[in-house]
Write a protein that binds this ligand. Structure first.
Ligand SMILES: Cc1cc2nc3c(=O)[nH]c(=O)nc-3n(C[C@H](O)[C@H](O)[C@H](O)COP(=O)(O)OP(=O)(O)OC[C@H]3O[C@@H](n4cnc5c(N)ncnc54)[C@H](O)[C@@H]3O)c2cc1C
Length: 435
């Protein structure tokens, strides 16, 4: 069985000053609900269940420390617009449901951030989508059409505006959408863990290694702990298959990011742009770029089929060199600014781009294959899984079920190990102008 590992390279997590301790579980426990996985799905599910049923005992188990998994190592966009494929689906009703669900997730996160004073660089900076060459501009024009069709607010930027925000002339066109938020993901995840309601017990460094169904619920083994519960929510994303569910349906794809040290005053002058913005590439195989509130630039690109789920350290220098090239092309004036961190993280895709949400078997609920937009989608999924487990019906839950589906069965792993890298290499070649 493959379990999550932490590689000590994620810049977001490594920057945290103080990290609270939720000790590993030992001995026997009997609770109402166990949530496995402390990412966006798991944290939202545990909190929502505790809010729905203040009398219930909820146990949240995380194999690592909360914030070390994919939810703490992403690019920090909490998007409101649907994922590219959904946006292109032509089904306006479906798009509107996704936007509404994502916006509920943004609001839910924001309520907690404000209420508990979670310090995670949360901002309403919206999102830029930008193009470099003709290929990117074609994608961007199509995106603009789709935004118009959906009646969504957006703004096209002039060359001067792009220069003054991004500090570079590298991009030829960009669109800003005002919805969604930016954040420091590891700080957000720690804040969410630290502010859990009293009836949620968290155990970190506690990996579940077996799930057995009993007459009145489940028995779980996790290290030296033995747990009984009536209901189970799996927020384990790509690792769900390792627990025996959704095998052959989750495609674990890793992507990588590099982060600079905070720019000095003098480097900031040479940079010449603003703080606190994020660009996603118009052509999805391109480069994501962020400038944080604390003056760090972040580059994300490159994909890998993560058959082993975790980041192979031997790959880091190669990926970091690719990030360096993307950085130097954008910021030749900052050639002296080094990357402080480079890391990888895997998220779950599916062969047919469907996201799974629902009851896998009686009293086991799960959400996975969020197509790498899990900050919003994972949060709303976790909330709705908890509602489902409590038998609470709502329009939101119906919408959630409507926008989800069944990930298709994937080819056998040996074929994936040949086919997926080839597809990724072809996409990288086709989109080389945008990287
Ligand atoms: C570099 C990068 C950039 C990204 N950028 C963005 C972005 O800007 N915006 C966005 O929305 N998404 C982004 N994503 C994707 C996003 O991070 C994921 O979609 C999201 O984290 C999925 O959340 P989750 O809760 O489903 O799963 P995860 O975050 O993967 O959480 C699952 C948790 O389960 C734990 N676990 C697994 N197995 C066990 C077990 N047996 N026992 C106990 N615990 C277990 C894991 O340790 C993990 O913490 C990015 C991803 C990467 C890697």
């Amino acid at each position: 069985m493959i379990l999550p590992q932490y590689d000590s390279r994620c810049g977001w997590y490594e920057q945290l000053d103080q990290v609270s301790d939720f000790p590993a579980l030992n001995g026997d426990r009997q609770v109402d609900l166990v949530v496995i996985g402390g990412g966006f799905v798991g944290c939202a599910a545990a909190r929502r269940m505790a809010e729905n049923r203040p009398d219930a005992k909820v146990l949240l188990l995380e194999a690592l420390k909360i914030g070390q998994g994919a939810s703490g190592r992403n690019s920090g966009f909490v998007i409101d617009q649907p994922h590219k494929r959904d946006l292109e689906s032509g089904n306006e009703a479906l798009k509107q449901k996704i936007v509404r669900l994502n916006r509920v997730a943004v609001e839910y996160l924001e309520t907690q951030i404000e209420h508990f004073g979670i310090d995670c660089q949360w901002s309403h900076a919206g999102k830029y989508q930008a193009a470099v060459g003709p290929r990117g501009r074609k994608h961007l024009d199509h995106y603009e059409q789709l935004l118009q069709q959906g009646g969504e607010a957006y703004q096209r930027l002039s060359r001067e505006e792009m220069r003054s925000v991004f500090g570079t002339d590298f991009y030829s066109a960009a669109i800003h959408t005002p919805g969604g938020a930016l954040m420091q993901p590891a700080a957000l995840m720690r804040g969410l863990a630290d502010s859990m309601p009293d009836n949620v017990e968290i155990a970190e460094n506690t990996a579940v290694t077996s799930i057995k169904r009993t007459r009145d619920g489940f028995e779980l083994m996790a290290g030296r702990a033995h747990i009984r519960c009536r209901q189970l929510i799996l927020g384990t994303n790509i690792f769900t298959a390792e627990l025996g569910y959704m095998a052959d349906r989750i495609l674990p794809i890793m992507t990588f990011a590099s982060m600079t040290a905070p720019l000095t005053d003098e480097q900031l002058r040479r940079y010449g742009g603003r703080l606190d913005w994020g660009i996603t590439p118009a052509d999805h195989a391109g480069t994501t770029l962020r400038m944080t509130q604390d003056r760090r630039l972040i580059v994300r690109n490159s994909y890998r089929y993560a058959h082993d789920y975790n980041t192979p350290q031997a790959l880091i220098p190669q990926v970091s060199a690719r990030h360096r090239k993307a950085f130097d092309e954008r910021y030749p004036q900052l050639s002296d600014v080094a990357f402080e961190y480079t890391w990888g993280g895997a998220s779950g895709l599916s062969g047919n781009f469907e996201t799974y949400f629902g009851e896998l078997e009686s009293n086991i609920f799960a959400s996975c294959c969020d197509q790498s937009v899990g900050a919003a989608r994972g949060t709303i999924s976790g909330m709705m899984l908890a509602d489902m487990a409590c038998g609470r019906r709502s329009d939101l839950l119906c919408d959630m079920q409507n926008v989800s589906g069944c990930p298709s069965r994937l080819p056998p792993k040996p074929l994936l190990r040949i086919g997926v890298p080839m597809r990724l290499a072809m996409a990288r070649f086709a989109s080389r102008s945008e990287v």
